[in-house]
Write a protein that binds this ligand. Structure first.
Ligand code: SF4
Ligand code: SF4
Length: 96
């Protein structure tokens, strides 16, 4: 039963108004030299779209790097950053 469920498409019906619904994505801009490496943004991103980079900024910390694939543009990383080093641009896209 469980295996059968896994093979099914998760949403086999589309809502009637799906063409009017916009999917939200985000573009995260990181001002690397403001970062103090606290990793709050990495820890609390609900989609794991941020991770610690290898490079060092001017202060000697590792700023995060952004992977846009799963980001929903929720803006949480921007709100939680104590150094105001993150800006989130919200982008609305058509659902296909
Ligand atoms: S929350 Fe801000 S200061 Fe902390 S690691 Fe992320 S970008 Fe850097
Ligand atoms: S906007 Fe939300 S989903 Fe995107 S990186 Fe920031 S916390 Fe993660």
């Amino acid at each position: 039963m469980e295996k059968q469920r896994q093979n099914q498409k998760p949403f086999w019906r589309k809502p009637l108004d799906y063409k009017e619904i916009k999917k939200r994505k985000g573009n995260v801009i990181i001002i690397e030299d403001l970062c103090k490496g606290c990793e709050f943004c990495i820890e609390f991103c609900p989609t794991n779209s941020l991770k610690k980079s290898e490079k060092l900024n001017l202060k000697g910390y590792h700023p995060p790097i952004f992977n846009p694939e799963n980001c929903t543009g929720c803006g949480f990383c921007e709100r939680i950053c104590p150094e105001f080093a993150i800006i989130v641009e919200k982008i609305e896209m058509e659902v296909k």
